[in-house]
Design a protein around this ligand. Structure first.
Ligand SMILES: Nc1nc2c(c(=O)[nH]1)N[C@H]1C(S)=C(S)[C@@H](COP(=O)(O)O)O[C@H]1N2
Ligand SMILES: [Mo]
Length: 324
């Protein structure tokens, strides 16, 4: 007999059979050419330091008019510009951390259109410049913690995600919002080879997306976002693992059902839909208790919600070991 407690949200990770997860994972590794090689794709927390490479120097990117500046990382020092822009995860441009900086020069960020659809009263395609126009830019220094157990501190430039989403008037049925990255094989070398199921997509519960910490980034260190960091527009949810923040967004989709997300589809046991940073819930293949901060020698303890406890009420009453 199947006894079901009513889950607060559909399709809990635990409802997916381990067999399905393993099959997915094998297929995924096969696509990467890694099956049987005994290679872990992620968890490369001890990868080589960023190589000096072709990333444009900060001074080459246009400066942004930044108003308010706020530090959400306590006394922690922002990571070096070079580390932030030459050590990236952007699989459309390569799976090695140094590849996005070398390959993302082919990304054209204008003209750029964002399609907004689903459960909202004001859908439609929006030209990026029209989309950005009403928003005053601010700087927010946030920690960024990758699920692979490395981290950095980034001075993002952008504006609250809630301010953007409210403009589209989500309906009462909009329980979730999904973000799609560009998937253009002309501009992105790895789309055709299918390293991930593209387009890269991510999603948030609507109340998470409307939380004041959820941010839209269009720049860093006072300048336009380098392509490898997700230009021209990306999502940042600092209390979640980095994979929750889709880069180079071309579509925003409001939906009633929990949407499919790229990493969760590949391996739900490894990459939960929630993706909240949690030192007590280990990845099946490594501990999440500590992290390697780029530019530092000693590991740091990982903080619950990445040091943003103000998001805890979003998860009141939820078992964070089950919904991870
Ligand atoms: N489209 C897309 N978005 C993405 C990724 C990706 O591969 N493709 N990687 C994610 C992961 S795993 C992380 S840790 C962050 C890294 O952002 P950064 O390179 O700006 O540090 O981007 C996220 N967004
Ligand atoms: Mo990540």
């Amino acid at each position: 007999m199947l006894i079901r407690s009513t889950p607060p949200f559909p399709i809990a990770p635990s409802e997916i059979t381990p067999e399905a997860v393993h099959a997915d994972r094998r297929q995924f590794l096969a696509r990467l050419g890694l099956a049987g090689a005994g290679l872990a794709l992620t968890g490369c927390g001890e990868a080589a330091p960023p190589a000096a490479s072709a990333a444009p120097a900060a001074a080459e990117l246009p400066a942004l008019a930044v108003g308010q500046k706020r530090n959400f990382a306590g006394d922690e020092t922002p990571s070096r510009y070079q580390d932030i822009t030459e050590y990236n995860n952007y699989y459309e441009f390569g799976t090695d951390k140094s590849e996005p900086a070398r390959n993302a020069g082919s990304l054209r960020t204008r003209p750029w259109t964002v399609m907004v659809d689903g459960e909202c009263e004001a859908p439609g395609p929006l030209d990026l410049d029209a989309l950005l126009k009403p928003h005053a830019l601010e700087e927010r220094i946030y920690r960024l913690r990758c699920v692979e157990a490395w981290s950095m501190v980034v001075p993002w430039v952008g504006f609250p995600l809630a301010d953007l989403l409210k403009r589209f008037k989500p309906t009462s049925k909009a329980k979730f919002v999904q973000f799609f990255s560009l998937a253009d094989e002309q501009q992105m070398p790895l789309i055709k080879r299918g390293v991930l199921p593209y387009p890269y997509r991510e999603g948030l519960r609507i109340d998470e997306a409307l939380h004041p910490l959820a941010f839209v980034a269009v720049g860093l260190y006072g300048r336009v976002l380098p392509n490898q960091n997700g230009a021209p527009i990306r999502v940042i949810t600092p209390w979640k693992y980095g994979f929750k923040g889709a880069k180079s967004i071309v579509r925003i989709h409001f939906t009633e059902r929990q949407p499919e997300t790229t990493w969760n589809a590949i391996g739900a046991s490894e990459y939960g839909f929630y993706g909240n940073v949690n030192p007590d819930v280990d990845h099946p293949r490594w501990s999440q208790a500590s992290e390697r901060r780029l530019g530092e020698l000693r590991r740091r303890p990982t903080l619950m919600f990445n040091g943003y406890p103000e998001v805890a009420p979003l998860y009141a009453g939820m078992d964070l070991r089950r919904y991870y």
